[in-house]
Design a protein around this ligand. Structure first.
Ligand code: ATP
Ligand code: MG
Length: 253
Protein backbone atom coordinates (compact mmCIF):
# COMPACT_ATOMS: atom_id res chain seq x y z
CA UNK A 1 0.00 0.00 0.00
CA UNK A 2 1.45 3.34 -1.11
CA UNK A 3 1.36 6.40 1.23
CA UNK A 4 -0.40 8.40 -1.50
CA UNK A 5 -4.11 8.35 -0.78
CA UNK A 6 -4.93 10.28 -3.96
CA UNK A 7 -3.15 9.34 -7.20
CA UNK A 8 -4.05 11.15 -10.41
CA UNK A 9 -2.33 10.11 -13.66
CA UNK A 10 -2.84 11.77 -17.05
CA UNK A 11 -6.35 12.82 -16.11
CA UNK A 12 -8.32 14.42 -18.90
CA UNK A 13 -11.90 15.66 -18.66
CA UNK A 14 -13.74 16.98 -21.68
CA UNK A 15 -17.21 18.53 -21.74
CA UNK A 16 -18.90 18.14 -25.10
CA UNK A 17 -21.46 20.84 -25.75
CA UNK A 18 -23.50 21.18 -28.93
CA UNK A 19 -21.05 23.37 -30.79
CA UNK A 20 -17.88 23.13 -28.75
CA UNK A 21 -15.60 20.81 -26.87
CA UNK A 22 -14.19 22.15 -23.61
CA UNK A 23 -11.09 20.58 -22.12
CA UNK A 24 -11.58 21.25 -18.41
CA UNK A 25 -8.66 19.06 -17.29
CA UNK A 26 -5.78 18.50 -19.68
CA UNK A 27 -3.65 15.46 -18.81
CA UNK A 28 -2.89 16.33 -15.21
CA UNK A 29 -0.92 14.13 -12.82
CA UNK A 30 -0.27 14.57 -9.10
CA UNK A 31 -0.34 12.69 -5.82
CA UNK A 32 -1.52 13.60 -2.34
CA UNK A 33 -0.17 11.75 0.69
CA UNK A 34 -2.10 10.79 3.79
CA UNK A 35 -2.38 13.71 6.23
CA UNK A 36 -1.64 16.44 3.69
CA UNK A 37 -3.80 19.54 3.46
CA UNK A 38 -3.57 20.70 -0.15
CA UNK A 39 -4.85 23.99 -1.57
CA UNK A 40 -6.13 23.91 -5.14
CA UNK A 41 -6.14 27.38 -6.66
CA UNK A 42 -6.56 28.87 -10.10
CA UNK A 43 -8.68 31.32 -12.08
CA UNK A 44 -12.42 30.96 -12.73
CA UNK A 45 -12.91 28.12 -15.20
CA UNK A 46 -9.47 26.58 -14.48
CA UNK A 47 -10.92 23.13 -13.74
CA UNK A 48 -10.94 23.05 -9.91
CA UNK A 49 -14.59 22.05 -9.43
CA UNK A 50 -14.31 19.49 -12.23
CA UNK A 51 -11.37 17.90 -10.41
CA UNK A 52 -13.15 17.91 -7.03
CA UNK A 53 -16.22 16.28 -8.63
CA UNK A 54 -14.10 13.53 -10.19
CA UNK A 55 -12.28 12.88 -6.89
CA UNK A 56 -15.61 12.72 -5.06
CA UNK A 57 -16.78 10.11 -7.62
CA UNK A 58 -19.64 12.22 -9.01
CA UNK A 59 -18.10 12.83 -12.43
CA UNK A 60 -16.24 10.36 -14.62
CA UNK A 61 -12.84 11.12 -16.16
CA UNK A 62 -12.70 11.21 -19.99
CA UNK A 63 -9.33 9.44 -19.80
CA UNK A 64 -6.48 8.80 -17.38
CA UNK A 65 -6.49 7.12 -14.01
CA UNK A 66 -7.68 8.34 -10.61
CA UNK A 67 -7.11 6.21 -7.52
CA UNK A 68 -8.39 7.02 -4.03
CA UNK A 69 -6.94 4.72 -1.39
CA UNK A 70 -5.79 2.53 -4.31
CA UNK A 71 -9.38 2.20 -5.56
CA UNK A 72 -10.38 3.38 -9.01
CA UNK A 73 -13.03 6.12 -9.15
CA UNK A 74 -14.53 4.58 -12.29
CA UNK A 75 -15.47 1.14 -11.01
CA UNK A 76 -14.70 1.04 -7.27
CA UNK A 77 -16.59 4.15 -6.19
CA UNK A 78 -18.71 2.31 -3.63
CA UNK A 79 -15.62 1.39 -1.58
CA UNK A 80 -14.28 4.95 -1.97
CA UNK A 81 -17.44 6.74 -0.84
CA UNK A 82 -17.38 5.34 2.71
CA UNK A 83 -14.06 7.03 3.45
CA UNK A 84 -14.49 10.36 1.73
CA UNK A 85 -16.85 13.29 1.84
CA UNK A 86 -17.15 16.64 0.17
CA UNK A 87 -18.48 20.14 0.66
CA UNK A 88 -19.48 22.13 -2.40
CA UNK A 89 -20.07 25.86 -2.21
CA UNK A 90 -23.68 27.03 -2.52
CA UNK A 91 -26.91 25.30 -1.65
CA UNK A 92 -27.03 22.36 -4.06
CA UNK A 93 -27.90 18.97 -2.64
CA UNK A 94 -29.98 19.87 0.42
CA UNK A 95 -33.68 19.06 0.69
CA UNK A 96 -35.31 22.47 1.01
CA UNK A 97 -38.64 21.28 2.43
CA UNK A 98 -36.98 19.29 5.22
CA UNK A 99 -35.49 20.53 8.48
CA UNK A 100 -31.77 20.75 9.13
CA UNK A 101 -32.01 17.74 11.44
CA UNK A 102 -33.98 15.64 8.91
CA UNK A 103 -31.48 16.49 6.17
CA UNK A 104 -28.50 15.51 8.31
CA UNK A 105 -30.25 12.39 9.58
CA UNK A 106 -31.07 11.31 6.02
CA UNK A 107 -27.50 11.84 4.77
CA UNK A 108 -26.13 10.11 7.87
CA UNK A 109 -28.18 6.99 7.15
CA UNK A 110 -26.61 6.84 3.67
CA UNK A 111 -23.30 6.27 5.47
CA UNK A 112 -24.95 3.54 7.54
CA UNK A 113 -24.11 5.32 10.82
CA UNK A 114 -25.96 3.71 13.76
CA UNK A 115 -28.99 5.74 14.87
CA UNK A 116 -27.68 6.61 18.37
CA UNK A 117 -24.22 7.54 17.06
CA UNK A 118 -25.79 9.62 14.31
CA UNK A 119 -27.99 11.58 16.73
CA UNK A 120 -24.90 12.36 18.86
CA UNK A 121 -22.83 13.23 15.80
CA UNK A 122 -25.45 15.67 14.49
CA UNK A 123 -25.60 17.45 17.86
CA UNK A 124 -21.80 17.65 18.03
CA UNK A 125 -21.55 19.11 14.50
CA UNK A 126 -24.29 21.65 15.15
CA UNK A 127 -22.40 22.69 18.30
CA UNK A 128 -18.99 22.84 16.55
CA UNK A 129 -20.45 25.00 13.78
CA UNK A 130 -22.40 27.20 16.20
CA UNK A 131 -25.77 26.40 14.61
CA UNK A 132 -27.59 24.50 17.36
CA UNK A 133 -30.45 27.01 17.08
CA UNK A 134 -31.07 25.97 13.46
CA UNK A 135 -31.68 22.29 14.22
CA UNK A 136 -35.42 22.24 13.50
CA UNK A 137 -35.56 25.01 10.89
CA UNK A 138 -36.53 24.17 7.28
CA UNK A 139 -33.65 24.57 4.85
CA UNK A 140 -35.75 26.90 2.68
CA UNK A 141 -35.96 29.41 5.53
CA UNK A 142 -32.18 29.68 6.04
CA UNK A 143 -29.83 32.42 4.89
CA UNK A 144 -27.03 31.68 2.41
CA UNK A 145 -24.33 31.41 5.07
CA UNK A 146 -26.56 29.31 7.32
CA UNK A 147 -27.14 26.85 4.44
CA UNK A 148 -23.40 26.73 3.84
CA UNK A 149 -22.85 25.75 7.49
CA UNK A 150 -25.35 22.89 7.00
CA UNK A 151 -23.40 21.80 3.90
CA UNK A 152 -20.27 21.66 6.03
CA UNK A 153 -22.04 19.63 8.73
CA UNK A 154 -23.26 17.23 6.02
CA UNK A 155 -19.71 16.85 4.70
CA UNK A 156 -18.41 15.88 8.13
CA UNK A 157 -21.12 13.38 9.13
CA UNK A 158 -19.08 10.26 8.36
CA UNK A 159 -15.83 11.64 9.91
CA UNK A 160 -14.16 11.23 6.50
CA UNK A 161 -10.53 10.16 6.09
CA UNK A 162 -10.42 12.33 2.96
CA UNK A 163 -12.34 15.61 2.78
CA UNK A 164 -12.81 17.48 -0.51
CA UNK A 165 -13.82 21.11 -0.07
CA UNK A 166 -14.90 23.31 -3.00
CA UNK A 167 -15.01 26.95 -1.86
CA UNK A 168 -16.34 25.90 1.56
CA UNK A 169 -16.13 29.35 3.18
CA UNK A 170 -18.11 31.10 0.45
CA UNK A 171 -20.80 33.20 2.15
CA UNK A 172 -19.58 32.44 5.68
CA UNK A 173 -19.10 35.25 8.19
CA UNK A 174 -15.75 35.45 10.05
CA UNK A 175 -17.10 33.32 12.93
CA UNK A 176 -18.29 30.58 10.54
CA UNK A 177 -14.97 30.73 8.69
CA UNK A 178 -13.03 30.39 11.95
CA UNK A 179 -15.20 27.45 13.04
CA UNK A 180 -14.45 25.63 9.78
CA UNK A 181 -10.74 26.46 9.96
CA UNK A 182 -10.63 25.08 13.53
CA UNK A 183 -12.27 21.86 12.29
CA UNK A 184 -9.76 21.58 9.42
CA UNK A 185 -6.82 22.14 11.80
CA UNK A 186 -8.17 19.39 14.09
CA UNK A 187 -8.61 17.04 11.13
CA UNK A 188 -5.00 17.67 10.09
CA UNK A 189 -3.86 16.77 13.62
CA UNK A 190 -5.83 13.53 13.28
CA UNK A 191 -3.92 12.66 10.09
CA UNK A 192 -6.86 13.14 7.76
CA UNK A 193 -6.31 14.30 4.19
CA UNK A 194 -7.86 17.50 2.88
CA UNK A 195 -8.09 19.09 -0.57
CA UNK A 196 -9.54 22.59 -0.54
CA UNK A 197 -10.28 25.11 -3.29
CA UNK A 198 -10.69 28.76 -2.44
CA UNK A 199 -10.25 32.19 -3.98
CA UNK A 200 -9.11 33.50 -0.60
CA UNK A 201 -5.34 33.25 -0.80
CA UNK A 202 -4.80 33.89 2.93
CA UNK A 203 -7.01 30.93 3.75
CA UNK A 204 -5.01 28.66 1.43
CA UNK A 205 -1.61 29.88 2.64
CA UNK A 206 -2.53 29.62 6.32
CA UNK A 207 -4.19 26.19 6.20
CA UNK A 208 -2.39 24.20 3.51
CA UNK A 209 1.01 22.57 3.55
CA UNK A 210 1.01 22.21 -0.25
CA UNK A 211 -0.48 24.33 -3.04
CA UNK A 212 -1.46 23.29 -6.56
CA UNK A 213 -2.15 26.07 -9.07
CA UNK A 214 -4.05 25.12 -12.21
CA UNK A 215 -4.91 27.17 -15.25
CA UNK A 216 -6.74 26.05 -18.40
CA UNK A 217 -6.87 22.52 -17.02
CA UNK A 218 -3.08 22.25 -16.58
CA UNK A 219 -0.96 22.19 -13.43
CA UNK A 220 1.32 25.23 -13.35
CA UNK A 221 2.66 24.89 -9.79
CA UNK A 222 2.63 22.02 -7.30
CA UNK A 223 4.85 22.91 -4.35
CA UNK A 224 4.95 22.89 -0.56
CA UNK A 225 3.50 26.20 0.68
CA UNK A 226 6.83 27.26 2.18
CA UNK A 227 8.69 26.63 -1.10
CA UNK A 228 6.04 28.44 -3.13
CA UNK A 229 6.24 31.43 -0.77
CA UNK A 230 10.04 31.55 -1.10
CA UNK A 231 9.63 31.33 -4.88
CA UNK A 232 7.16 34.18 -5.27
CA UNK A 233 9.02 36.43 -2.80
CA UNK A 234 12.34 35.87 -4.57
CA UNK A 235 10.63 36.68 -7.89
CA UNK A 236 9.52 40.09 -6.60
CA UNK A 237 5.91 39.30 -5.68
CA UNK A 238 4.81 40.44 -2.22
CA UNK A 239 1.83 38.13 -1.82
CA UNK A 240 0.40 34.89 -3.18
CA UNK A 241 -2.41 37.02 -4.60
CA UNK A 242 0.06 39.00 -6.72
CA UNK A 243 1.72 35.80 -7.93
CA UNK A 244 -1.74 34.31 -8.69
CA UNK A 245 -2.55 37.30 -10.91
CA UNK A 246 0.80 36.89 -12.70
CA UNK A 247 0.31 33.14 -13.24
CA UNK A 248 -3.22 33.78 -14.50
CA UNK A 249 -1.67 35.76 -17.34
CA UNK A 250 -3.21 39.09 -16.42
CA UNK A 251 -0.32 41.52 -16.25
CA UNK A 252 -2.47 44.64 -16.31
CA UNK A 253 -3.79 44.35 -12.74
N1 ATP B 1 -21.36 20.85 -17.21
C1 ATP B 1 -20.51 21.52 -18.00
N2 ATP B 1 -20.70 21.57 -19.34
C2 ATP B 1 -19.83 22.24 -20.12
N3 ATP B 1 -18.74 22.88 -19.69
C3 ATP B 1 -18.50 22.85 -18.36
C4 ATP B 1 -19.37 22.19 -17.44
N4 ATP B 1 -18.88 22.35 -16.19
C5 ATP B 1 -17.76 23.10 -16.31
N5 ATP B 1 -17.53 23.40 -17.62
C6 ATP B 1 -16.39 24.16 -18.15
O1 ATP B 1 -15.21 23.50 -17.74
C7 ATP B 1 -14.21 24.46 -17.37
C8 ATP B 1 -13.78 24.22 -15.93
O2 ATP B 1 -14.88 24.53 -15.10
P1 ATP B 1 -14.79 24.37 -13.50
O3 ATP B 1 -16.15 24.57 -12.96
O4 ATP B 1 -14.09 23.10 -13.20
O5 ATP B 1 -13.83 25.62 -13.12
P2 ATP B 1 -13.40 26.17 -11.70
O6 ATP B 1 -11.91 26.18 -11.69
O7 ATP B 1 -14.08 25.44 -10.62
O8 ATP B 1 -13.90 27.68 -11.75
P3 ATP B 1 -14.48 28.65 -10.59
O9 ATP B 1 -13.28 29.25 -9.90
O10 ATP B 1 -15.23 29.69 -11.35
O11 ATP B 1 -15.35 27.85 -9.68
C9 ATP B 1 -14.81 25.83 -17.63
O12 ATP B 1 -14.42 26.26 -18.92
C10 ATP B 1 -16.30 25.57 -17.60
O13 ATP B 1 -17.00 26.50 -18.40
MG1 MG C 1 -15.43 25.99 -9.15
Amino acid sequence: MCSSVIQVSNLKRIYECKKSVITALDNISFEISKGECVGLIGPNGAGKTTLIKILSTFLLPSSGKVLINDKNVVNEYKEIRNNINYVYGGDRGLYWRLSVYDNLFFFGTLYKIKKNDLIKKIDKLLYDLNIEDLKFRLIETLSKGQKQRIQIARGLLNSPQILLLDEPTIGLDPVGTKKLHDIIIKMKEQGRTILITSHYMNEIENLCNKIIFINNGKIIENLPTKTLREKYLSNGFNTLEEYFVYLSGDNNV
